[in-house]
Write a protein that binds this ligand. Structure first.
Ligand code: HEM
Length: 466
């Protein structure tokens, strides 16, 4: 059984991990409760995938005999066209299209708005906390991720964007997540993609048992890892990310957003009982913090490649490596970032990141005070992100980085000449940026801090003088 689990905390014990403190209770999911989930997985999704593959093989044979073009290799299309002909596919289809009685569409719609209300904080929070800290320090999850090759510096950005694409699709509007909607279909595709990842790794393990340590990490993409991922998407913004920007979501907002992810968990074949109430969800997140997070050499690889990739985004979103490191240290604390071997930037970068937080906080305050601004911000980000991320290049979530034995990812320097690397616009090579690496965005953030400090200083000065 897994050895990266720490011993169970004592009842009433105060636990501090990476800047977050809470008290352990007998209601927190215990080690004994969660450990068996590592060997469980979405079995219906797995056999549905096998049925889809076997239908495709028959179609392929038929097309060879008839000399017609080969059938589609899009699993969802085969499911759509054949779900009535096969008992398992009918069961899978019906499960994905049934709406659990606890679903309240109005609540889910409010949950969708939450994502766009705090879009800039949610995106940076997801990248710096959800990805750098939570994902890279979850040993079982990273071991799967590095085997799919999608953590190489060339592919990481594309992967992050695809995950955002899914997030934007499932938060776009209610029609998107109702059965048959764009986000609903995308989620079924992701469920089948997870089944493909698991199937591929398990097959490689049959031929080469040491390819993936199932005793230690469990079945690839197992139930425990999936519950953990749902907490990362839905709970971490509430307690580990937004508060670091000075935003405290209301209990209504928390309830709505978690309800949305409870429904998405259902569609992904992940148990939903852990997300019944705010309290259940928070305790699940806290148990994951205790039992499931430990930095390993692979975590350092993933964190390194992440910084390497994001620090090479083109203008106008370009930010320096040091700004990313300052942001990570601000959100995740020094202890974890030292473990991940992130650099220690100078004060300038913290001042710039503080400016970013002030901007995010100021905007959230304005939205809370003036509902019209709130509506405007939600509408703006909803349209902007859908246009720039979903409409620009819609992914079908195919299985792109098929694992092979011997293929895994190590620390990689960003290579600007690599075919798929994100390129700098040429002028960046000849300007101020080449010397300082500081992007427009950081400069604006720095200016915000200077402005706020001068403003507050002047107000205090006038007040003392009067
Ligand atoms: C249950 C919550 C989860 C959600 C909402 C989720 C979401 C997604 C999404 C949106 C994608 C497609 C975009 C992309 O390639 O990044 C994806 C792909 C992927 N997910 Fe998940 N995921 C979850 C759980 C997990 C877990 C627990 C693992 C592994 C332990 C995992 C491993 C993967 C892998 C390896 C791929 C990429 C496959 C490829 O290379 O094409 N996911 N996931």
């Amino acid at each position: 059984m897994c050895s990266f689990m720490t011993p169970s905390p004592k009842l009433g014990e105060s636990i501090s991990k990476w800047g977050y403190t809470f008290t352990w209770t007998d209601k927190h999911p215990s080690k004994e409760q969660i450990e068996p989930l590592r060997q469980e997985y979405d079995t219906l999704g797995a056999i549905a995938l096998q049925r889809i593959q076997s239908i495709r093989s028959s179609m392929l044979e038929e097309s060879k005999v008839k000399g017609t073009s080969p059938p589609t290799n899009d699993h969802y299309t085969i499911l759509l066209n054949h779900h009535t002909e096969d008992e398992i596919l009918t069961q899978f289809w019906d499960e994905c299209h049934a709406v659990p009685e606890w679903v309240n569409w109005e609540q889910l719609e409010r949950g969708q708005r939450f994502f766009f209300r705090y879009a800039i904080a949610n995106i940076v929070g997801f990248a710096l906390q959800g990805f750098v800290a939570e994902n890279s320090a979850a040993p079982g999850v990273v071991e799967v991720l590095v085997r799919t090759g999608s953590f190489s510096t060339r592919m990481l950005l594309k992967r992050l964007l695809e995950t955002f694409q899914w997030l934007i699709q499932v938060t776009h509007d209610l029609a998107a997540i109702r059965p048959g909607g764009e986000g609903h279909v995308a989620t079924i595709r992701v469920r089948l993609l997870h089944a493909s990842v698991r199937q591929r790794i398990l097959r490689l393990c049959q031929a080469k048992p040491d390819y993936f340590n199932i005793d230690r990490y469990g079945i690839p993409v197992n139930t425990l890892d999936s519950i953990h991922s749902i907490t990362t998407f839905s709970c971490n913004p509430m307690w580990l990310q937004l508060p670091k920007f000075g935003i405290k979501p209301s209990s209504g907002e928390i309830e709505d957003y978690i309800a949305l992810f409870r429904y998405l968990a259902y569609l992904l074949g992940t148990p939903t009982s852990y997300f019944k109430t705010i309290e259940d969800s928070k305790r699940t997140m806290e148990s994951m913090l205790v039992y499931e997070l430990l930095t390993t050499e692979t975590s350092r690889v993933v964190a390194y490649n992440f910084v390497e990739c994001v620090a090479h985004l083109p203008a106008p979103v370009h930010v320096s490596r040091k700004f990313i490191e300052a942001g990570s240290r601000w959100i995740n604390g020094g202890e974890l970032c030292d473990e991940l071997e992130l650099g220690r930037p100078g004060y300038f970068y913290y001042v710039a990141f503080a400016g970013y937080c002030m901007f995010v906080f100021g905007l959230a305050l304005l939205q809370q005070l003036i509902p019209r601004i709130d509506t405007l911000v939600i509408k703006l980000f909803r349209q902007l992100l859908h246009r720039e991320i979903v409409q620009r290049e819609r992914s079908r979530f195919d299985f792109k980085h098929v694992p092979h034995t011997g293929k895994t990812i190590g620390k990689e320097r960003y290579d600007p000449n690599a075919a798929k690397a994100c390129k700098y616009p040429p002028y960046l090579n000849y300007t101020f940026y080449d010397i300082t690496d500081i992007g427009y965005f950081e400069l604006v953030c720095f200016a915000v801090t200077v402005f706020v400090v001068l403003l507050v200083g002047s107000v205090i000065g006038i007040w003392l003088w009067v």
